[in-house]
Design a protein around this ligand. Structure first.
Ligand code: PXL
Length: 286
């Protein structure tokens, strides 16, 4: 049997408004990665741009799911966490890593909690403290600029960001995760371009990958980037190829959202961007 690459995605399931698991599942699949899921919470919608959403904390299910997988011998090439229901789930995540990770399992932490200088609904400094502990276990970290600033205590700056500022964020994050690959999204070296600034702390390789900016903010793009980036890195692609291929999926998805005038809170139109993405992924591994 040929080995499957398998990643456990540990995020919320928001039924409407594409983000977290409804983004991770299709994008991991399109990246040629099998996606196993541990939902952290069940919501009717995500919490940005909707009111009156339902919210069921699934903390009590997470460890039992992991223990069952352990018993069944489920092998994982990656554990990729995102949105957590509460700060205590960071400790649960750590226990899941202890149970299921082997020396070959890459730990990817997307510290989903804030954007544009502000925490998401229901989150505050206790979430940043909890994520700080979880980041210590990560081999790949994918915060946006706001999350990087909240994790490190460095000031949040709106765009444009000079390279020295971006570097100060990755250096400070490197104190939490000294050997990690750190990819900071929403990095905008000029006012009219935005993308990712990434550093591999083991080799010193850096990569700045940006595209022309589109007006406004687009919900779920951090999840689109991190899902593609995590998949490609776990499959063994290089830093630059992974950044460029993941950013191209984000940009194509945003362009389609703008062209089709899809309401922003629905999430980005990544579906129509997947065929070209699948081709690019095939090219990387040919
Ligand atoms: O895309 C990040 C995210 C994930 N999950 C939920 C969210 C958000 C951002 O607002 O509300 C439930």
């Amino acid at each position: 049997m040929k080995d499957t690459i398998r990643i456990a995605a540990i995020h919320d399931l928001s039924g409407f408004g594409k983000c977290s698991l409804t983004v991770a599942l299709p994008i991991l699949s399109a990246s040629g990665v099998e996606c196993a899921c541990i939902p952290t919470a069940l919501l009717s919608t995500h919490t940005g741009g909707f009111t009156g959403y339902t919210f069921k904390d699934l903390s009590d299910e997470m460890l039992p799911i992991a223990r069952h997988w352990k018993k069944e011998g489920v092998r994982l090439d990656g554990i990729y966490s995102g949105y957590l229901a509460n700060p205590a789930q960071a400790e649960t995540l750590s226990e899941i890593i202890d149970l299921l990770a082997t020396a070959e399992t890459k730990i990817i932490v997307d510290p989903v909690m804030a954007d544009n200088g502000k925490y998401y609904a229901n989150f505050g400094d206790d979430m940043a403290q909890a994520f700080k502990q979880l980041c210590r276990r990560a081999q790949i970290l994918t915060p946006n600029v706001t999350e990087a600033s909240f994790l490190t205590g460095l000031p949040y700056r709106a765009a444009p960001h000079d390279e020295a500022y971006l570097r100060s964020l990755t250096d400070a994050l490197g104190e939490l995760a000294p050997d990690a690959i750190i990819a900071v999204t929403g990095a905008a070296p000029e006012k009219n371009s935005v993308g990712v600034y990434a550093v591999d702390r083991r080799t010193g390789e850096t990569c700045l990958c940006v595209r022309p900016v589109r007006e406004g903010s687009f919900h779920g793009t951090g999840d689109v980037f991190a899902s593609a980036f995590a998949s490609l890195m776990v499959r063994g692609a290089g830093l630059k190829d992974s950044c460029e291929t993941a950013i191209s999926l984000v940009c194509d998805s945003i362009d389609r959202t703008v062209a089709r005038e899809t309401p922003r809170r629905n999430g980005v139109d990544f579906e129509g961007a997947l065929p070209a993405y699948v081709e690019k992924v095939a090219e990387l591994f040919r």
